[in-house]
Design a protein around this ligand. Structure first.
Ligand SMILES: NC(=O)c1ccc[n+]([C@@H]2O[C@H](COP(=O)([O-])OP(=O)(O)OC[C@H]3O[C@@H](n4cnc5c(N)ncnc54)[C@H](O)[C@@H]3O)[C@@H](O)[C@H]2O)c1
Ligand SMILES: O=P(O)(O)OC[C@H](O)CO
Length: 320
């Protein structure tokens, strides 16, 4: 069984560390110099400082390895996924392709599973998602994730092939719910961070996250997701983790907005582009999503934190 993880960022590297052992794992990056260094030093200080790569991982920038893979995990950022799939379509054509990214593509308004299905009609699209910080996985802390795949037999096979003692996988057939939970929670985490950054308090954050969760359910069920999926690891579970921890980059990005501080643009913040994509979907579908809309307005610079707060608090009174 050959597993290739495409995308040698923090998450791809952490997954490689967790999965290597019973069989070798190939970690595929795009920078040949960096991958040679990772292969030789057994460390990836740029993306996952402090972690050591076990012997079972081979790091490479040679995408030829995709052709021989039995399972491909796609850990490139969401806005780069389409280009990666197009570039490697011939190698990926008939394989199980497991998205490990979270978001909605701004160009096509597709989530990662739908994007794999659209661009690789012969592949088996799946997603691995849920509450998981790369740094936790890399040091072997226990983590539970959702493995969603519409094909039941393929889902069982992937669950068995990717489950590990410290990486517990729960199976689901609801790829729509799994991909939307992971996408929306990042946007709500930006709102939660902004709330704390603007010193509005923990009570306000709890209210915002709860109302944001209602929006996640409204949006995702309108697009065909099952409510149970959103109540699970890929929805509520990841929302709790990301909105409550400064380890989250989306939360920290929100903090910087709330404090009116600059933020390092090189840091991956999936919720920023996804907020814009979700706004387009909401307009198309006529959905009322005030928290998600507010984050879109903030990240696109249409408004600032004080005005957002005023607008959220002055909405008409309604039933919960
Ligand atoms: N870091 C985490 O804790 C974590 C946990 C769960 C899920 N994720 C998800 O994993 C995905 C990747 O996040 P990350 O934390 O690894 O990001 P990262 O910023 O650490 O790394 C991103 C990696 O993608 C590579 N990349 C960028 N464009 C590429 C392209 N066109 N082709 C190939 N590679 C490309 C970069 O070189 C980099 O190695 C995101 O969708 C994120 O939401 C991250
Ligand atoms: O650092 P973030 O905000 O990208 O979150 C990482 C993971 O998605 C948490 O499950």
């Amino acid at each position: 069984m050959s597993i290739v993880i495409a995308g040698s960022g923090a998450f791809g590297t952490a997954l490689a560390i967790a999965l290597a052992g019973p069989q070798p794992v190939i970690l595929l990056g795009r920078d040949a110099g960096q991958m040679t260094k990772v292969e030789q030093t057994r460390r990836h200080e740029a993306r996952l400082p402090g972690a050591t790569l076990p012997d079972g991982i081979m790091a490479t920038a040679n995408a030829d390895c995709l052709a021989d893979a039995d399972i491909v995990l796609l850990a490139v950022p969401m806005q780069q996924l389409g280009a990666f799939l197009d570039r490697n379509a011939a190698s990926l054509a008939n394989k199980p392709c497991v998205a490990c990214c979270k978001g909605v593509d701004l160009q096509t308004l597709s989530g990662p599973v739908d994007m794999i299905a659209q661009r690789l009609p012969g592949a088996t699209p799946a997603i691995l998602t849920g509450p998981s910080f790369a740094a936790d996985i890399a040091v072997g802390l226990p983590t539970a994730l959702t493995l969603a795949c519409a094909d039941t037999d393929a889902a069982k096979h992937l669950q068995e092939a990717l489950n590990r003692p410290k990486l517990r996988l729960y199976r689901s057939a609801d790829t729509t719910g799994a991909q939307l939970g992971g996408a929306v929670k990042n946007v709500i985490a930006i709102a939660a961070g902004a709330c704390i950054g603007a010193e509005l308090g923990e009570s306000a954050r709890a209210a915002l996250v709860t109302r944001g969760f209602a929006e996640m359910q409204r949006l995702a069920t309108a697009l065909g997701a099952e409510t149970e999926t959103l109540m699970g690891l890929s929805g509520l579970g990841d929302l709790i983790l990301t909105c409550g921890s400064p380890q989250s980059r989306n939360f920290r990005f929100g903090l910087s907005i709330g404090k009116r501080d600059p933020f390092d643009a090189s840091i991956t913040v999936e919720g920023a582009a996804t907020a814009q994509a979700l706004r387009k979907i909401a307009v198309q579908r006529g959905l009322d999503l005030p928290v998600l809309d507010a984050v879109n307005a903030l990240v696109t610079g249409q408004t600032e934190i004080g005005a957002v707060l005023q607008s959220l608090l002055s909405r008409p009174l309604k039933e919960e």
